[in-house]
Design a protein around this ligand. Structure first.
Ligand code: NAG
Ligand code: NAG
Ligand code: NAG
Ligand code: NAG
Ligand code: NAG
Ligand code: NAG
Ligand code: NAG
Ligand code: NAG
Ligand code: NAG
Length: 478
């Protein structure tokens, strides 16, 4: 199965063409929300605005607003051809089940607004499992899984933002089901956007997701910034990854604080034979100015699901405090795919078991039908200008026997030990690479060249997403 990317430009021309011959532009019959005009930065501003209260929403923390959100999105989707629409969620506590986003649409959470994920299981509909995963991660689910709280598929130009409003997934009931082995379908994510182009998620506090927090998948041109993501540490909140760019192209993640029960940023592209069949890599990803706290997991993880390939990942000015690892690459025989051209610089790391960790034998297969000949290729991984302190072991790097991980390059890396560090600081098997100015002394598979290493570099070009202009928008009505 090959999922083809929609040609957005062609689609836009077709949509605009069809709409311009329909009977005129509809006016917004709803009044503008009574809020102070507020400015915010977004990829697009909207010509129409409404409040969730216009659709019967009640912000008392008890009334279900699932129908109000559905009605609001359905109504506001009609403005796609007349400048798009913004749905404002004012201060209050807005309980809801899953709802879907639409195109040319902004969901804006005002200061003091809290969207609460309902604890009523009937308000979490089932949808299809992801084609590149073939099953739910917690349970096979017969092809079904729970929808994310905020879900969007096949969209163009969608923004979820606010003045630091909050989305609280109230994940405890889901974490309990996970721990008690009571899940027939895999848990919901908090925000999931599929097959979409031009996506922004920004200026929000996200709490207690049932599972992963932010999951853009099969999408392009994505900006994720200014998020504060918090869940209890593992084992209380299992698999609460912060941000998981998955089979996405041209993604910017910046200025986020993430404290959770799993990897803070986990770069993915599908699982074994399902990911290989879909064949959509994650490419052109930039992660910068992110702070991570996650004692059981990694600051940045690549994989373990990477079967569609991961290429051109740039990470800079990343801080990891009290994590298990700083950077982790995890894969397995059967994954196929690749992780290549990864560039990380100016990471600051404090208190962890491993600074650098690579695992070729991660295991974890969707089913027994994975291809044992599907060998992942790991190549050209650069770690530049890094400092770490209070570390037990500098690096645990294990490639695959007969299929070494190659092109590992370290330059200017200084690791300071904990009070009781491991005797072995570098544990290297089935890897190849070079080092320059690295302390403590590297393993023999990463000989220290003691001279500038031409292969160890950070790209000098910019990713297209860095130049996508943000506009200064205000709440407005027509
Ligand atoms: C949206 O509003 C702007 C500013 O008022 C206007 O220039 C533009 O034509 C409108 N867009 C559409 C599609 O109606
Ligand atoms: C959201 O859209 C998907 C795909 O069209 C659909 O399967 C799902 O039922 C919708 N969810 C809700 C809550 O309406
Ligand atoms: C969304 O787009 C994908 C890829 O083009 C397509 O396979 C899928 O059927 C579309 N889904 C919907 C609900 O339109
Ligand atoms: C957002 O709100 C939380 C409290 O809900 C606060 O801790 C945090 O500092 C705020 N972030 C910003 C950028 O204002
Ligand atoms: C899971 O499925 C089993 C068997 O169909 C059923 O007895 C159980 O109630 C289901 N559990 C949940 C949490 O829905
Ligand atoms: C999956 O389908 C099988 C066979 O139809 C059925 O026995 C089982 O209960 C189903 N499980 C779930 C979680 O729906
Ligand atoms: C969004 O967050 C950025 C910092 O990430 C801040 O500069 C900006 O003022 C915030 N915008 C709003 C509308 O709160
Ligand atoms: C580092 O080693 C010490 C001593 O064995 C141990 O107590 C501590 O938990 C380890 N730290 C991490 C982050 O694994
Ligand atoms: C070193 O790596 C090997 C191979 O992956 C592993 O078996 C061993 O436990 C590691 N040793 C340490 C001290 O981590």
């Amino acid at each position: 199965m090959k999922v083809s990317r929609i040609n957005i430009q062609v689609l836009l021309v077709v949509v605009v063409g069809i709409l311009s011959i329909s009977d005129g532009i509809e006016t917004d019959k709803f009044r503008a929300p009574k809020l102070k005009p507020r400015k915010y930065l977004a990829i697009s501003c909207r010509n129409h605005s409404a409040s969730i209260t216009d659709f019967g929403g009640v912000g008392d923390g008890k009334t279900s607003n699932t129908k109000a959100f559905k009605a609001a999105v359905e109504h506001l989707s009609k403005f796609a051809n007349s400048g798009g629409a913004e749905l404002v969620v004012p201060a209050g506590r807005w309980l809801t089940g899953s709802f879907n986003l639409t195109s040319y649409f902004t969901l804006f959470l005002a200061e003091g607004a809290v969207i609460l994920g309902t604890e009523d299981p009937s308000e979490w509909p089932l949808i299809s499992v992801l084609p590149s995963y073939g099953r739910g991660r917690d349970a096979p689910g017969n092809g079904s899984r729970y929808s994310a709280l905020i879900y969007g598929t096949n969209l163009t130009d969608v923004v979820v933002t606010g003045n630091n409003g909050t989305i609280d997934g109230q994940g405890q009931i889901w974490w309990d089901k996970f721990h008690n082995d009571q899940l027939n379908y895999t848990r919901p994510y908090m925000i999931e956007i599929l097959f979409s182009d031009r996506v922004q998620i920004s200026n929000l506090t996200l709490l207690n997701s049932p599972s992963w927090f932010v999951h853009p998948v099969y999408s392009s041109n994505i900006i994720i910034k200014g998020l504060r993501i918090v869940a209890p540490y593992n084992p209380v909140s299992p698999n609460t990854d912060g941000i998981d760019p998955d089979s996405c192209t041209n993604t910017l993640i910046e200025d986020c604080y993430i404290e959770s029960g799993d990897d803070c940023v986990a770069v993915k592209s599908g699982w074994d034979q399902y990911g290989i069949a879909v064949g959509m890599p994650t490419t052109k990803l930039l992660v910068r100015r992110v702070t991570c706290v996650s004692p059981d997991s990694a600051g940045i993880a690549l994989g373990s699901e990477m079967s569609g390939g991961i290429q051109d990942v740039r990470v800079e000015d990343f801080t990891a405090i009290n994590t298990q690892a700083g950077v982790r690459i995890k894969t397995a025989i059967g994954r196929g795919g690749y992780v290549k051209d990864v560039f990380m610089r100016r990471m600051v790391m404090k208190t962890m078991k491993y600074v650098l960790w690579m695992t070729g034998a991660y295991g974890s297969h969707p089913d027994e039908s994975f291809d044992p000949k599907a060998i992942p290729v790991i190549n050209n991984i650069n770690y530049i200008d890094m400092v770490a302190e209070n570390v037990n072991m500098t690096a645990n790097l294990a490639g695959l026997a007969g299929h070494p991980f190659t092109g590992i390059c370290l330059s200017n890396v200084a690791v300071g030990m904990s009070v009781k560090p491991k005797k072995i600081q570098w544990n290297c098997t089935d890897i190849e690479g070079t080092a320059h100015n690295v302390t403590p002394q590297t393993c023999s598979l990463l000989p220290d060249g003691n001279e500038a290493n031409a292969g160890c570099h950070f790209p000098t070009d910019r990713l297209p997403i860095e130049d996508l202009p943000l506009k200064l928008c205000t709440h407005r009505s027509t």
